[in-house]
Design a protein around this ligand. Structure first.
Ligand SMILES: NC(=O)c1ccc[n+]([C@@H]2O[C@H](COP(=O)([O-])OP(=O)(O)OC[C@H]3O[C@@H](n4cnc5c(N)ncnc54)[C@H](O)[C@@H]3O)[C@@H](O)[C@H]2O)c1
Length: 434
């Protein structure tokens, strides 16, 4: 059983809380640590993310069964018996493996062998705290280093430290080299998260993982840990590659969005309908242009590419230009709307969409919100978004506003009867009304 394996989950936010709940249902004893999400021995009521419908229920079960405990600081955790034990939790998986660290067979015996590797590390310290950028777009890893500092005196030989926070290439090695000065026989690895908010529980279990240790034993143990509870494939590599994979994924997304956004500004200048242009261009069998929008927001894409830029400013031209284009799109939209307000002498505008992308209730780093806040300085803005509390209904907003501005293409906006747009100036920057 994995019961005697303890996982200390440092950071109980969008990633750490569902991970803790999941691990607690998979046979681990989990101690979740977060000074902001925990009060006494309970998770704060506002700690439940409304985006994740399964979260509250899963957490309740885990807390009641005492497989999950929470605390504000690791020093408040009661010591358990932490003797390494053989794990036979047996989550054997239907996967087809070719990688060097991974065996090819898929049967119970193989699952047991894989899980038996869990005996060779002691307990797990899983770090999922914010990693940010500063005002000059340089990495701000202060919360990660504070989190590492907080666990340092609790680590013992053969513990496994896994950084799930997204970080610049080389961070895991730096953390490991600092920690190993006092605990040489420590395993340290990086495993980036790829989950999408709103479907986290499914994706935590089913997504493929990339796991990279700072040395071979670290990679092996971290791989065995993830293989014991996920159903996706686990791809083993070194920590630098694992860090780079996550950054490359998000820089790739940013770059492709920037292309669509740049094209949309050119199309506007030349009087071409960008949505028709893209639809027709995408009929080419090897072209797949994304839909332009109001810019880029959310947890990862506006931040992660900067980690690559910072690591090689002289080489990361395309990546930094993509960031600049996506930021420019926000300013361009503000100017377009202001110009229309001036020319039409509009008193009120209706902005459709506040979230950072379509069909999600999350406004983190939302470019639409940035745009709205600027526009509010020049005219009345009626906010319309079914995912955000106390918005105007489309009908109310359109009855009052002179201009309809499409910022996020929520599916619901497509249902608005066209009669409500009659006589309005329509500025659709996201394909919200198509
Ligand atoms: N949210 C996502 O969709 C997503 C996806 C992939 C990767 N990531 C990455 O995962 C990491 C965590 O992101 P998140 O969205 O969960 O952040 P979050 O802000 O939702 O949660 C982080 C939590 O860490 C806590 N924390 C900070 N310092 C701490 C410390 N020293 N000890 C204990 N707790 C501490 C904070 O109080 C907060 O509750 C980031 O690096 C992020 O880039 C996030």
């Amino acid at each position: 059983m994995t019961k005697n394996k303890i996982v200390y989950a440092i950071g109980l936010g969008r990633i750490g809380l569902p991970m803790s709940a999941l691990l607690a249902t998979r046979g681990f004893t989990v101690h979740g640590i977060d000074p902001n999400k925990v009060e006494g021995r309970k998770i704060r009521a506002n700690g439940f993310d409304p985006l994740e419908p399964l979260l509250e229920q899963t957490l309740k079960g885990a807390l009641e069964s005492q497989s999950l405990h929470v605390a504000t600081h690791i020093s408040h955790v009661k010591k358990h018996s932490e003797k390494p034990v053989l794990s036979l939790s047996g989550s054997s998986k239907a996967t087809d493996r070719e990688e060097p660290f991974l065996s090819s067979a898929d049967n119970r015996e193989e699952g047991m062998k894989k899980n038996s590797r869990l005996q060779f590390f002691r307990n797990v310290f899983l770090i999922a705290v914010p990693t940010l950028i500063d005002q000059s777009n340089r990495p701000d890893l202060s919360q990660l280093y504070l989190a590492i500092e907080s666990i340092q005196s609790h680590l013992e030989s053969e513990d496994l430290v896994i950084i799930e926070s997204t970080c610049p290439i080389g961070t895991t090695e730096k953390v490991a080299s600092d920690l190993k000065k006092s605990i040489p026989n420590l395993y340290v690895a990086h495993c980036p998260e790829r989950v999408i908010p709103g479907n986290i529980f499914h994706e935590l279990v089913h997504n493929d993982r990339v796991v990279g240790g700072v040395d071979e034993p670290s990679t092996l143990h971290a791989t065995a840990f993830y293989e014991s509870f996920i159903l996706g494939r686990v791809f083993s590599t070194d920590s630098r590659t694992a860090e780079g994979v996550k950054l490359a994924e998000n820089a790739y997304r940013d770059l492709n969005i920037a292309f669509a956004n740049e094209l949309s500004m050119i199309a506007e200048k030349k009087g071409v309908d960008i949505h028709e242009l893209i639809q027709l261009a995408n009929r080419h069998p090897r072209v797949q242009i994304l839909t332009p929008g109001a810019g880029v927001g959310g947890h990862c894409i506006p931040i992660d590419p900067w980690y690559l830029v910072h690591s090689a400013p002289d080489l990361a031209e395309l990546i930094s230009t993509s960031r600049a284009v996506n930021e420019k799109k926000v300013r361009w939209i503000i100017e377009q709307v202001k110009e229309n307000v001036r020319e039409s002498q509009a008193k009120a505008i209706a902005c459709f969409g506040l979230t950072y992308k379509a069909n999600v209730p999350d406004t983190l780093e939302s470019p639409a919100l940035q745009i709205i806040e600027e526009l509010e300085k020049v005219c009345e803005v009626l906010r319309v978004d079914p995912y955000v509390s106390k918005p105007y209904s489309p009908e109310e907003a359109l009855a009052h506003a002179d201009i309809a501005v499409g910022l996020v293409a929520h599916d619901q906006f497509l249902q608005i009867p066209s009669k409500h747009f009659s006589g309005k100036i329509i500025l659709d920057f996201a394909g919200a009304f198509r």
